[in-house]
Design a protein around this ligand. Structure first.
Ligand code: SF4
Length: 237
């Protein structure tokens, strides 16, 4: 996509291509904005600002951010940009909850890209990712059986993935691993984007997953959650 097309899309998002977005609509409910090290994905270890949007329609068995299901503060996109800027980092992660459950997440993502940030979006994969600004790296879950939310996977999203995107499987045990392996084979996911297997914290031995990956020559990256090793389940980390 040319820069001209990108800027045309940015304008159309701001003016309401995903529905009428008045000044009121471009406010979002925000649980927290904080500066930390990226704990997951290909940018793990890099200083980043995290914008955690409030609300999620899912209830995964291993969820560690239930505090983001409700509450939050209403903020405009410009107020969010003002809070992000002092941290002086080019890396922004928009997360949740499920960020795409709020329609105004789309113009927020575009505004962050327009401001020159490298933006990644962490999504459950339950919402349509096709309207997301193409400059954003999508880090999309495929919910395993152990999550209890497998039926929420929007399989059509797989066709929208681009090479810079990442698909993450949270693995609760051997059944989840076998399911992930089959999904990768069925959809040739390794040809679409980066693949990450992440052990559900405290539910499965990461060494076992490492052995399974090596035995199967599975084209994935095993990733432990860096922020949990450093800070446990402390919110805002
Ligand atoms: S999608 Fe994420 S925030 Fe929502 S319940 Fe699952 S783990 Fe929690």
């Amino acid at each position: 996509m040319s820069s001209q097309q990108q800027s045309a899309q940015a304008v159309s998002l701001k003016s309401g291509s995903t529905g009428p977005l008045s000044d009121v609509d471009v406010s979002l409910k925000i649980t927290e904005i904080f500066y930390s090290l990226q704990g997951e994905g290909l940018t793990a270890g890099l200083p980043s600002v995290f914008i955690r949007l409030t609300g999620c329609p899912l209830r995964c068995s291993y969820c560690d951010t239930a505090y983001a299901f409700s509450g939050g503060s209403v903020m405009s996109v410009s107020e969010i940009l003002d809070q992000v800027a002092p941290h002086q980092t080019p890396h922004i992660t928009v997360t949740g909850g499920e960020p795409l459950a709020q329609q105004a997440c789309l113009p927020l993502l575009t505004a962050l890209c327009d401001s020159g940030y490298q933006v990644s979006l962490e999504t459950s994969g339950e919402r349509d990712i096709s309207p997301v600004d193409p400059r954003v790296v999508r880090v999309m879950d495929l919910k395993t059986p152990g999550s209890g939310e497998q039926h929420r996977n929007r399989i059509a999203n797989i066709g929208q993935l681009k090479a810079a995107d990442q698909v993450k499987f949270v693995i609760c045990g051997r059944e989840d691993y076998l399911w992930a392996r089959q999904m990768i084979a069925d959809h040739q996911l390794e040809k679409r984007c980066h693949l990450i297997l992440s052990p559900a914290f405290g539910e499965v031995n990461p060494t076992d997953i490492a052995s399974w990956i090596l035995a199967d020559h599975l084209p994935v990256r095993l990733q432990l959650q860096l922020h949990k090793s450093l800070w446990g389940d402390e919110p805002g980390r």
